[in-house]
Each structure stands twice: as structure tokens, then as C-alpha cells.
Design a protein around this ligand. Structure first.
Ligand code: ADP
Ligand code: MG
Length: 661
């Protein structure tokens, strides 16, 4: 059933729902309230003056609308409760008048002025409160859609899906935990009548979401162990020989990780390893060595980067380290057709040992002679079908993922349960300390001065613009405004430019390239600049509204500077939440910060912006629901391994779902 077929959804509402990322009936009924408003009759004679009052009663006088001026009107009426009479006023609700007359039962929420005996209402609802609590779901909305609309539409959708809503929990578990069916649980979530039932329905839905998630993790893990990998014969001595060609000594952690990778490469089991370490901890060099080892064993390697500019950067890096020891090529959207064809030939013949490029280019329609290792940068997880895709080509490469987002251990075990994890904790020697400074919004002048000092030294600066949530266009205004301000301050002498998420990726890459060439002095960006970008001459990071970000994200942003041997500074601007931000002044340990984030704000922040795809739960919250997650993990593993005949269909369904994702 299509969304538009739901009663109450016309083209206008459809559009609004799409704005909230609701595209299907399923999205809609799974659009959970962000919170609940608990309406309980106030004891109006024992009320703190500032507390909101909630009462219900009968309208006693014909509601009167007074137009105060354009866009402002006020409605007045008298309200009788069991034992008292009040005056009620409410602004800008003239449109409700048609539903209100003498005798109508209403619920009033507002502020009570005892001396005037008037309640100034902020909201008015039809109905009575009854003797228990009335629980109202509150939805995240968009302009043009009221909470009431949303509630109505969702209920219409719930009606239209009928009884047989797919349950994704096997019967025996539903029985074991005494869960209600999904339809009932959803009904309660959207129309709760008592707290206990609401709680158990929530648990039911959280469990299902986590069950499916862990089923996927367990499935991937199992599939992976089934796959035969390549056996190589790489000796410790081979590794030591490579160390000799490096321009620096590796850290102990880097060596440990390389030993782990060597063992993986030699083993017949397919490698599926996550390499995590702070920005700048030297993950890339580890992957370069792994690729070289793979080359020496007679196989090709591919390094996939999320963006063209990162692919470029990696390419140059590898060239610098390995020189002409192996043929290395770069394959991106800007590679000319002619060069592309030469590269395809080289990959097919096996002449190219290492290929670097953007994601899709490397997997799709490319024929390899013998791909043995795939490295993906920044956690671009390789979907099952990409693996299948390679398998169909007769390839079963080892896979190494690199991620600069440290994840708390307990958490990583579950989420990355299908992978082995290697960690680099130690930073290479001689890294510049990055000074972190906290400034309030009133101290902008200080910030500008500090920026000017830096510019005079011919250093470059990143600026993260204030974040405005309402809409993307205001967000852009804020960057442009900031650009104007910066232009006023520095525009005569220095070049200032902006990048933002709405730009075409070509344009974005072009600007990033200019910045890395030093053609731009101040780069203003809306959100997080591409992870991994490495500009050694950039020595200052200025972050407006720093309080908006998780500590890990701020730490990552800070890691954009201090990449060369220039003393670097990170300025956090915020007048609120300073206690949390202070942690950054003293801590440079990404793991500690991510634990801190996890404690303070849950998992959402661990992954910055778009990388969180894997972990965006609709109702579950990994931090709060860790116990459910662990239980669901055990249950789903059991379900995957030994299933009663009756549940086979569900298992196949879940597996198909994974294969299609
Ligand atoms: P990451 O990928 O973890 O962000 P990189 O591998 O890009 O980090 O390393 C950052 C910089 O540090 C690079 O310029 C790299 O050449 C350099 N580097 C890496 N390991 C070491 C080391 N052990 N000693 C000195 N410099 C190093
Ligand atoms: Mg990197």
C-alpha cells in the first residue's frame, strides 16, 4: 500500500511527510513519538506560580474572538470545573472557535493568574481528562503539520495495514518474553493509555529492532567464516625488510597491528578486520604496508576512499612510500576515459599492483586478475552484495576497514561483532600538541585576533560555521553571513571560501583541492569537513557553536590541524555547555572522549554525521538498551543456528532482507 492511499494523506501531506523522511506506510507507523506529554489534572489551589496548569471543564460562555492586530488574535471564554469557574484566554486559536460552544468539554493547558482568576492557555484540546493520567504522544514535526495531524495520519495508517503486520520475532521468543503482537504494540506506542503498557510495548519494539540488527551482525559473521580466503606465506622477515624503506620508525602499536594483519593474510580464513585509531595515528601507512605485503605475495590490492580528494591524498601517500616498487594507479570520477581504459587493462592483466579510487569505481565493472586485498577508508562498510559481487567474479579478497572513530569497547564488541578489531592508541613521535581554547560567543574579537596572527604567518584556517537546525537554507545563510563577516575582517588580504553539504561533490572537491594547494586561506564549512583531509599548512580550527557537537566529532575536527610541524590551535566557541567542552582542553585520547560521549549523549554522536547509517535506530538507544541488545544478540544467534521448522520462513525472510540491503 502506498502512502498516498492512506486516508488523510493528500499530495500536501505526502510532501510534508517526505520532508520527515517518511516514504512508506511502514516508515509512517514506525515514526515514533519523540516523547510523551503526560496530562494529569492539576490541583489548582496548590500550585507553584510558575508551574503549568492542566485542567478540564465545560465551556460556560460563548467564546469571543478579539482581533488585536494583524496576525494576533485572542479568544476568551469562561470555563467551569467541578467546583470552580475560571476565565480562559488563548492567543491565535481563532480557528478553533467553530469547535467550541457552551457545554463543550475541553482540556486547558496554560498558566494560571490567581489574582485575575484567568488561565492563559498555551494549548486547548477537546475532551476530558478522566481520573487517571492522559498520555499524549509528541512527534517531531515539520512546518505545516500539527501534532494532531500526525497522530491522525498515523492512526489511519495503522487502521489500513490491518491485523497482519509482519512480526519479525520468532514465535517461541514472542512466547518466551510474553510480547504482544506488533500491531498492538504500535497501537499502544501511538495511543498510550497507561504507562505500564506503554513501557512493555516500547520494550517489545526495541527488542524487535535490536533482534533484527543483531541477526544481521550474526549472519554476516557466519557468512564470513564460511568464506575461504587466500593463504599466503609472509614471514616476519618480510615485514622487517619493509620497515627499512620507511622514512620513519613505526610506533609499537603500528607494528602490533601489522603483525595481526600478517597472521590474517597468511591464514586461510578470510580477513575481516577493523583498524581503528585516532586521526593521524598512522593507519594509512599500516594499510600501505599491508597492500605491499599482498603485492609481494602476488596479489592485487584496492584502496577505496569515500571521496575523490581523499583518494588523491592516499594515492600520493602511497607513491611517496612505495615509489616505483609496484605499479600504482588512481581511478576516480575525473580520470579520463583513455586513462580509465588503460587502467582497466592493467587491472585485468595484473600489471597494476595497487589501485586507489573512489568506492563504486573499484567494485563495479572492473575485472581484476587476482584481487587479494581490499582496504576501505573511513568505515565504508562493504555490504553483503558487494562481497557477493566480488565472489561472483571469482574473487574473495581479504578486507581491512580503517576508521578514525574510536568506539567504546563494550559497544564495539557488539556492533562490530562480525569483525576482528585492531587498535592504534599511540601517536607517532614528534606530533605537535594542539592547543585547545574555549571562547564564549562574546569573545569573537579575540578569536578574530588569533586568526589574524595565524594568517600573518601564512598559515591556513578552517572555520566551522554556526549550525542552525531549522532548515538548510537558513543554514546556508549562516555560512554566507559568516563569509561576509570574515571578508570584512580579512577579505582585503586573504582568500576566503566556503564548502557546504548542498554543493555538488565535484565543486566541493575542487574547493578542497584549492585549499590543499594553499589557494584559499580561510575555509568556511557548514558541517563536518571531509574526514581524513590532510593539509599540513592548516594550523587553526575555529568551531562555532561547539556545544552542538559530540566530543568525538570535535576531536575529529580538531585532528584536521596539527598535521605538519606547525604549532596548531583549535578554538571552540560556545557560551553554554562549557563544562563538557572543557574536557577537550585536557584530553587528547579519542577513546576516552568517545566513552565520555557515549555516557553523556548516547551513540548518535559517535559517528559524526553520515557514517551513522548503520546505527540509526528508530526506537532503540544502544546506551539505554544495552541489556536488550545483548539479549537480542544471543537470541538471534540461536535463531540463526538452530531454528524450529515453523520459523524457517522468518529466518529466510530476514536473510533475504540482509542480502538486499
Ligand atoms: P591516519 O590515516 O591514521 O589518519 P596517517 O597514516 O595518514 O594517519 O598518518 C598521518 C601522518 O603521519 C602521515 O603523514 C604519515 O606519513 C605520518 N606517520 C604515520 N606513522 C608515522 C610514524 N610512525 N612516525 C612518524 N610519522 C608517521
Ligand atoms: Mg586516514
Amino acid at each position: 500500500m502506498e502512502l498516498i492511499e492512506v486516508k488523510g494523506i493528500g499530495p500536501k501531506n505526502l510532501n510534508l511527510l517526505n520532508k520527515l523522511n517518511i516514504y512508506t506506510v511502514e516508515d509512517l507507523i514506525n515514526y515514533y513519538p519523540v516523547k510523551y506529554d503526560c496530562l494529569k489534572r492539576s490541583d489548582i489551589n496548590n500550585l507553584d506560580p510558575d508551574m503549568r496548569v492542566i485542567i478540564d471543564g465545560r465551556i460556560e460562555s460563548i467564546p469571543l474572538v478579539i482581533r488585536i492586530k494583524a496576525g494576533l488574535n485572542k479568544m476568551n471564554f469562561r470555563l467551569a470545573t467541578n467546583d470552580q469557574i475560571f476565565g480562559v484566554s488563548i492567543f491565535n486559536r481563532a480557528f478553533l472557535k467553530q469547535h467550541l460552544s457552551i457545554g463543550t468539554n475541553v482540556i486547558i493547558i496554560g498558566k494560571y493568574d490567581r489574582t485575575k482568576n484567568v488561565i492563559t492557555a498555551s494549548d486547548i484540546k477537546l475532551g476530558t481528562l478522566g481520573n487517571t493520567m492522559k498520555i499524549e504522544p509528541v512527534y517531531h514535526l515539520t512546518n505545516g503539520l500539527t501534532n494532531k495531524n500526525m497522530s491522525t495520519i498515523i492512526n489511519m495508517a495503522l487502521l489500513s495495514v490491518g491485523k497482519n503486520l509482519d512480526d519479525n520475532i520468532p514465535d517461541y521468543l514472542v512466547e518466551k518474553y510474553n510480547f504482544t503482537n506488533k500491531k498492538t504494540a504500535l497501537n499502544i506506542i501511538h495511543n498510550p493509555s497507561d504507562i505500564e503498557k506503554l513501557k512493555s510495548s516500547k520494550i517489545r519494539l526495541k527488542y524487535e529492532e535490536l533482534f533484527e540488527f543483531m541477526f544481521k551482525i550474526n549472519y554476516l559473521k557466519r557468512e564470513n567464516t564460511k568464506l575461504d580466503g587466500i593463504e599466503r606465506k609472509i614471514y616476519k622477515k618480510n615485514l622487517l625488510d619493509i620497515y627499512k624503506i620507511l622514512p620513519f620508525n613505526l610506533t609499537k602499536d603500528q607494528k602490533t597491528v601489522l603483525e595481526e594483519i600478517r597472521v590474517d593474510l597468511n591464514s586461510k580464513k578470510r580477513m575481516n578486520r577493523l583498524l581503528q585509531g585516532d586521526v593521524g595515528s598512522g593507519k594509512t601507512i599500516v594499510s600501505i604496508i599491508a597492500m605491499y605485503l599482498n603485492y609481494l605475495s602476488g596479489y592485487q590490492s584496492a584502496l577505496m576512499a569515500p571521496t575523490e580528494i581523499l583518494a588523491n591524498q592516499h594515492f600520493n601517500n602511497i607513491k611517496k612510500i612505495l615509489g616505483d616498487r609496484v605499479r600504482i594507479e588512481l581511478l576516480t570520477g575525473s580520470t579520463s576515459k583513455k586513462d580509465k581504459n588503460l587502467i582497466y587493462e592493467g587491472l585485468e592483466s595484473g600489471d597494476i599492483g595497487i589501485i586507489v579510487g573512489t568506492h563504486a569505481l573499484i567494485v563495479e565493472n572492473v575485472i581484476y586478475k587476482n584481487l587479494g586485498l581490499v582496504v576501505t577508508d573511513e568505515q565504508h562498510r562493504f555490504g553483503v552484495n558487494q562481497r557477493e559481487n566480488l565472489k561472483n567474479k571469482g574473487l574473495s579478497p581479504d578486507v581491512l576497514y580503517m576508521s578514525a572513530t574510536p568506539i567504546p569497547r563494550t559497544y564495539a564488541l557488539t556492533i562490530y561483532g562480525d569483525m576482528d578489531v585492531s587498535t592504534i592508541k599511540e601517536m607517532p613521535k614528534g606530533r605537535q600538541e594542539i592547543t585547545t581554547i574555549l571562547k564564549s560567543n562574546e569573545e569573537i574579537e579575540d578569536v578574530l585576533k588569533l586568526m589574524y596572527e595565524e594568517l600573518k604567518l601564512k598559515h591556513q584556517i578552517y572555520v566551522i560555521a554556526p549550525l542552525i537546525e531549522e532548515s538548510d537554507s537558513t543554514n546556508l545563510t549562516s555560512v554566507n553571513e559568516l563569509k561576509n563577516k570574515m571578508n570584512l575582517a580579512f577579505g582585503k588580504k586573504y582568500k576566503i571560501d566556503i564548502v557546504h553539504g548542498k554543493m555538488a561533490s565535484m565543486t566541493k572537491d575542487e574547493i578542497m583541492k584549492k585549499f590543499s594547494r594553499g589557494d584559499i586561506d580561510i575555509l568556511i564549512s557548514t558541517t563536518v569537513i571531509e574526514v581524513g583531509i590532510d593539509v599540513k599548512n592548516a594550523s587553526m580550527m575555529v568551531i562555532f557553536d561547539a556545544n552542538r557537537f559530540g566530543l568525538s566529532t570535535l576531536h575529529q575536527l580538531r585532528g584536521r590541524v596539527g598535521r605538519g610541524n606547525i604549532k596548531s590551535t583549535c578554538i571552540l566557541i560556545s557560551s553554554v555547555d562549557t563544562k563538557r567542552l572543557e574536557i577537550l582542553k585536557t584530553t587528547r585520547d579519542g577513546f576516552k572522549l568517545s566513552e565520555e560521549d557515549f555516557k553523556l549523549r548516547g551513540s548518535g554522536d559517535l559517528f559524526g554525521t553520515k557514517q551513522s547509517g548503520d546505527l540509526q535506530f528508530k526506537i532503540a538507544d544502544i546506551r539505554e538498551d544495552y541489556k536488550i541488545l545483548v539479549q537480542a544478540g544471543k537470541d538471534s544467534e540461536e535463531f540463526l543456528e538452530k531454528t524450529a521448522i515453523t520459523n524457517l520462513k522468518l529466518r529466510d525472510k530476514l536473510i533475504n532482507k540482509i542480502k538486499q540491503s
